[in-house]
Design a protein around this ligand. Structure first.
Ligand code: SAM
Length: 260
């Protein structure tokens, strides 16, 4: 019996019907899957039935368990098991891939943003904390709409597939979880320099209760003119304006952020 390690976010999924629902949601066109954190290999086993899989696992205690469980698949190359911290790998795969994972919650948002920036990633289905799922899939006007929502919906179709209660994990986490799906329809490089765009959004959502113009006060004189031209209400709060308006404002102010 393996003792789950809290610092690696180990909550092992123990329900077959949840695994089946994840598998059914994967597009038929997917030929190459990257998994982060195979754990005891239950999700990996189901993924291997439909695709080649490359799995990154940080915990050295789990590697021999996985090697033993997937001896055949490792030998024939159906599974590529990599003992590494996925957050430190520059390129998760050199081929086009789809990410499927029950992510370690302590670095879930970091990992999602990392793969969204990766041009080899065509989309993802991941289990995350419900609160995080709401943020990534939020739309304009919703209270959860934040920089994360802009960053995901600006390049992906995003949806929450279903919620998963703590009892379906061992040990049970303290929070509710949800499975989200993101399908990319373009890349950041098509319309922005991602580091600049992130800096811009960080400032936009700095104080969510304040008006957007207040959060961007370094640009106030220009901004009033820009907002009027784009027909954005001057007193809008950051969560109230749409992704398209963010892109238009960004286009007008980006040079200022590139200099910072
Ligand atoms: N996939 C398994 C499941 O569904 O039961 C395990 C999921 S568990 C929530 C998260 C897994 O990610 C653990 O196996 C943990 O050791 C692994 N992990 C945590 N941090 C990681 C990292 N930085 N890189 C790779 N794997 C990581």
């Amino acid at each position: 019996m393996v003792k789950a390690k809290k610092h690696y976010g180990q909550n092992f999924l123990n329900n077959k019907s949840i695994l089946d629902k994840i598998i059914q949601a994967i597009p038929n066109s997917v030929k190459n899957i990257v998994e982060i954190g195979p754990g005891l290999g239950d999700l990996t086993q189901e993924l291997l039935k439909i695709s080649n899989v490359k799995s990154y696992e940080i915990d050295s205690d789990l590697i021999p368990i996985l090697q033993n469980k997937f001896q055949k698949e490792l030998e024939c190359g159906r599974l590529n098991l990599i003992h590494k911290d996925a957050s430190e790998v520059a390129c998760l795969d050199e081929k086009k891939y789809f990410l499927v994972a029950n992510l370690p919650y302590y670095i879930a948002s970091h990992l999602i943003l990392k793969v969204l920036e990766d041009e080899n990633c065509s989309g993802l289905i991941v289990m995350v904390q419900k609160e995080m799922a709401l943020k990534f899939c939020a739309k304009q006007g919703e209270k959860d709409f934040s920089a994360l929502g802009v960053l995901s919906t600006v390049i992906c179709d995003c949806e929450i597939l279903f919620d998963v209660s703590p009892e379906y994990f061992s040990p049970p986490p303290k929070v509710m979880s949800a499975v989200i799906k993101m399908t990319k329809f373009r890349e950041y490089k098509d319309f922005c320099h991602i580091d600049t765009f992130k800096r811009f959004l960080k400032e936009c959502f700095k104080s969510p209760r304040k008006q957007l113009m207040g959060n961007l006060k370094n640009h106030k004189i220009e901004l009033e003119k820009i907002f009027k031209e784009l027909e954005i209400k001057l007193n809008s709060r950051a969560h109230e304006i749409c992704v398209d308006s963010y892109l238009k404002i960004y286009e007008r102010v980006k040079e200022d952020y590139e200099r910072k």
